[in-house]
Structure formats: structure tokens, C-alpha cells
Design a protein around this ligand. Structure first.
Ligand code: ATP
Length: 497
């Protein structure tokens, strides 16, 4: 069921209020009025982000042979972005009001006012549409608007104090650093393909109109995995591996379709002509969302991008979209990009370093399949999807895999040695779980506070505890309680993980 715009705004306001009040995140430099596109994580947001990143690591590459994580610099010399094409192509359409000098994104302006998709239009087409429809400046209502121009989204910086311009840029994607690391890593890891290089790091984009709160930031975290492989093997997988996934059904919205369809990997490979390596990684991504993050099936889809929508370096490009009420429907949270040899070839040409490898009895430049995730966008998506309002409480029904806190421990009352016993239980659990101890206010209020931040389990020490050494475990969604002996508590809870 489609939620109405008014309700979506109300939901966004309610989530924002909780997020600010409870310490998930807030606008950076808030006491100075903040700056659009910059947010800082508080203690709960950071805990959740760390869990998401760890889950991503363990799901996508910890168990893969020859996949590694690196940590590069976030400032890279300008030559890197000349070679990658970002200096020339990494642009958004900009328009300026000639009266009040307000600058904003032309495609979003057209979409908001004319309710048509504008991402694929040229700057001339956008200028014409704006003129023909007599659109006015959203700030001062003037119709003296400039022509639409391209605006490069990278943050340029000058290095050092020498006076000579030594230009660099804050990296707009973590991917480039993996391509720069490729030669070293290939040699250090014994010259084998496929080779996976992962980075969880900062990306910076000078978004013209950062809006949608936490969704479009100017500084954000990406979790990206670049898989370097032999292009002749893109459609080859071990027989057993393919057999295991060939019947698995992917939730897809291909370009030619109007509705989402579930399509088996076999068909995806044969009819949609997606190579097996690509399909295998789609399976991995879908399982991450449905099984690890517990996203309901109807809220998830892969969407194929049109030729014009695709990033300039991608040959195959499907986005992962989640249905987010607060952001206006299905929105991109990640992408799977077949970048061919575009990047390594560009870096070989510009750096004059040989980036060819010798593998499978031939010399070639490896191709790259990229899995690219925006961590912050996914965090917001989880908040949107798991937010619930019930008669007596609001909650985030987070799964244990991403909740900021695993377990809260309470004494029922603040006397009769219950706090001492509760602290003992807290100490027992805190090595294996992120725990929170609370003895203030009524037990009902303490439960509500934990519900509001999405703590999956609350343990209460009560009158019965002194009699038989048992406690209650309360589950977030059902609010059901079960009694467990302290001696078996750790095992019981580990089984829930
Ligand atoms: P969009 O079309 O929404 O601008 P994009 O297609 O440019 O995004 P990519 O370059 O593919 O995004 O980046 C990979 C991921 O990084 C995206 O799927 C998204 O989750 C995240 N991302 C990109 N831009 C931003 C941003 N401004 N703020 C937060 N996350 C972002």
C-alpha cells in the first residue's frame, strides 16, 4: 500500500526526532546552524554503523579466497581523476537564479515541478523545458534563470604551502584507491585472479542540493568491493557452484518490464544475458538484504539502468533499491557495476605503469566487477523499514544483526539486592554482547526506551531470581517473556545470534 505524502513526512519527522534525541546522528556543527549534507554519528548510530560494516565484511569477503580489505588515503592527486574520467564526466546539472544567485540542481527542479524524469536529459533540453514552462526560482520566485551548466561534484584542494598549484581531490568514491592498489596487492598476494580488494571508507561529493536528510550527503561512507578477474571467465563458474544457485530467484525490474518479476538465475543468465559471475554476485547481494538484514521481500528489488542512466564507466549496471516511505518510494542504496577494464586501462595510460597481468597463459588487463554500497543510506533505510508505531509504544524492530545494542539488563526494582544481581548478569554478558544496564524509572518505561532504539532483548532480574537463579528474557517484537536460568543464559542468547 502506498503511503500518502503527508504521512510520509510525519513518519520522517518522528524518526528524525528519535534519532536526534537518542543519539543516532545529528547535523554536523549543529550549534552553528549545521551545514547541508554533513551529519555526525552519535554513540548509537556509530554502534549500528559498525555492526553494518562488520556484517558486510563477513558476508561479502571474509570467507572468500583471495579477497582482502585495505585502507587507503581519501585525498588523491588530480592525475588519478584525469585518468578515471571523473574530472571530465563526474557532473550534475546546475542552474543559477540571476536575481538572488541561488544555485540548485536542474534535473531535480524539473522533476519536482513538471513531474517527469529528467536524469537522462541534456543541458540544452533542460534549459528549454525550464524556459518553455516558465519555471521560477524556488527561493525568490524570479524567472531570470541561467542556462543549465554541468557542475563537477568533486572537492578540489591545493596541497602544501609552496604557492605552486599542487592539485588533489577528496575522493568521490573509494573505488579509485583499489585500482591504484591493484599492482601492489596482485604481487603481494601471489599473482592470482580473481582478486578482491575491499574498502570501507569515506567518499566526498559536492552535491548541489543535498536534501533528503541522511540520504544525500556531501561526506559519506562507502563499502565497496572490486573483483578483478579474467574477462574470458565472466561466464564461467564451477559446475557445483552454478547448480547451487541456478534455481534461486532474483527479484528484478529489467528495463523492458513495468513490474517487478522473480526470475531464476538460469533465466537471468540465458534470457537477460547477464554473465554468471554477475548473477552469482546478485545472489550474494539479495541474500545479504533478505537473510542478513531481514528486509521484507516486497521492499527489495534490483533495477536495471537505461543506457543514459548508467554511470559513464559501466557496461552492466543494476541498482539495488529499497522501498522507503520517508524518501518517496524505491530508492538506490547500492549498485553492481561491471566496469570492464576502463579504470585500470586509464591508469595504465596516464601513469605509464604496466598494469597488465600474466594469468591463464596470457597477458591482459583484468576486468572489474564492483559491488558498491552507501553505508549511511543503508542505515537510514533500516530506520525507515523497521520503524513501527503501536498503541503504547514506538519501536525500531531491528534484527540483532544491526541493532545498536544487543541486550539491556534491568533489576525489576532498585532494592532487595536486585541491582547487584543485575550487574553480575551484565558483567557475564558484556564480553559477548553489546549490553546496556539501566535501573532508573519504572520497568515499563525502561522497556519503552529500549523499544524506541530497537534493542532486541531485555533481561530482567526480579523476585524469582533470588529463589531459583532465573531471569526473564523479553523479545522486542512479540514482547513475549521467557524464563531462563542464569547458568544457561549465555548459551541461550548465543543461539539467538
Ligand atoms: P545517486 O544516483 O543517488 O546520486 P550514484 O548512482 O551516483 O547515486 P554511486 O556512484 O553508484 O551512486 O555510489 C554507490 C553508492 O554510494 C550509492 O548506491 C549510494 O548508496 C551511495 N551514495 C552515492 N552518493 C551518495 C550521497 N550523496 N550520499 C550518501 N550516499 C551516497
Amino acid at each position: 500500500m502506498r503511503i500518502k505524502k503527508k504521512e510520509a513526512i510525519a513518519k520522517l519527522d518522528k524518526i528524525t526526532a528519535i534519532v536526534l534525541k537518542r543519539g543516532f546522528f545529528w547535523p554536523t556543527a549543529e550549534i552553528y546552524g549545521g551545514k547541508a549534507g554533513f551529519y555526525s554519528y552519535g554513540h548509537l548510530g556509530k554502534a549500528m554503523k559498525q555492526k553494518f560494516e562488520q556484517l558486510w565484511r563477513s558476508h561479502f569477503f571474509s570467507n572468500c579466497k583471495n579477497y582482502y580489505e585495505i585502507e587507503p588515503s581519501s585525498i588523491l592527486p588530480e592525475q588519478v581523476f584525469i585518468a578515471s574520467g571523473h574530472l571530465e564526466h563526474f557532473n550534475d546539472p546546475l542552474i543559477e537564479c540571476k536575481t538572488c544567485h541561488f544555485r540548485f540542481r536542474a534535473d531535480q527542479f524539473i522533476e519536482d515541478n513538471l513531474k517527469i524524469k529528467a536524469e537522462e536529459l541534456t543541458t540544452e533540453e533542460m534549459s528549454n523545458l525550464i524556459r518553455k514552462n516558465k519555471l521560477k526560482c524556488p527561493k525568490c520566485n524570479s524567472w531570470h534563470l541561467s542556462e543549465v551548466k554541468w557542475f563537477n561534484m568533486m572537492f578540489p584542494i591545493t596541497l602544501g604551502a609552496a604557492g605552486v598549484k599542487d592539485l588533489a581531490h577528496l575522493t568521490p568514491e573509494t573505488a579509485q584507491a583499489s585500482y591504484l592498489a591493484f599492482k601492489r596487492e596482485f604481487e603481494a598476494t601471489r599473482k592470482k585472479l580473481p582478486l578482491g580488494i575491499a574498502i570501507i571508507g569515506k567518499a566526498f561529493r559536492n552535491e548541489i542540493s543535498p536534501r533528503q536528510l541522511f540520504f544525500r550527503l556531501r561526506e559519506f561512507t562507502q563499502a565497496e568491493l572490486q573483483i578483478f578477474f579474467d574477462p574470458d571467465e565472466i561466464n564461467k563458474l564451477e559446475k557445483e557452484e552454478w547448480k547451487e544457485i541456478s534455481k534461486y530467484r532474483l527479484i528484478m525490474l529489467p528495463q523492458k518490464e513495468k513490474k517487478v518479476k522473480e526470475i531464476s538465475c538460469e533465466e537471468t543468465n540465458k534470457k537477460l544475458k547477464l554473465p554468471k559471475l554477475y548473477v552469482k554476485n546478485m545472489v550474494l547481494v539479495q541474500k545479504f538484504y533478505l537473510e542478513k538484514l531481514k528486509i521484507p521481500k516486497n521492499m527489495f528489488r534490483f533495477r536495471e539502468l537505461s543506457e543514459k542512466e548508467k554511470a559513464f564507466y559501466n557496461k552492466i549496471h543494476w541498482d539495488i533499491e529499497l522501498n522507503l516511505e520517508t524518501i518517496g518510494g524505491f530508492k538506490e542504496v547500492a549498485g553492481i557495476h561491471y566496469r570492464t577494464d576502463h579504470d585500470l586501462l586509464g591508469h595504465e595510460k596516464h601513469s605509464k605503469q604496466n598494469l597488465h597481468v600474466f594469468w591463464n597463459n596470457k597477458k591482459f588487463i583484468p576486468h572489474v566487477l564492483e559491488l558498491s554500497f552507501g553505508v549511511d543510506r543503508n542505515i537510514w533505510a533500516l530506520m525507515d523499514l523497521f520503524y513501527k508505531e503501536e498503541k503504547e509504544r514506538t519501536l525500531f524492530s531491528f534484527p540483532l544483526t544491526v541493532s545498536p545494542i544487543d541486550i539491556a539488563v534491568f533489576p525489576l526494582v532498585n532494592r532487595e539486592s536486585m541491582p547487584e544481581k543485575a550487574k553480575e548478569v551484565y558483567n557475564l554478558l558484556k564480553q559477548d554482547f553489546s549490553c546496556f544496564y539501566d535501573e532508573t524509572d519504572s520497568i515499563g518505561r525502561r522497556y519503552r526506551r529500549q523499544d524506541e532504539i530497537g534493542t532486541p532483548y531485555c533481561i530482567t532480574i526480579d523476585n524469582q531470581t533470588s529463589k531459583d537463579n532465573s531471569v526473564t528474557i523479553r523479545e522486542l517484537n512479540s514482547m513475549e517473556q521467557k524464563r531462563v536460568k542464569i547458568g544457561t543464559l549465555l548459551v541461550e542468547l548465543k543461539n539467538l545470534k
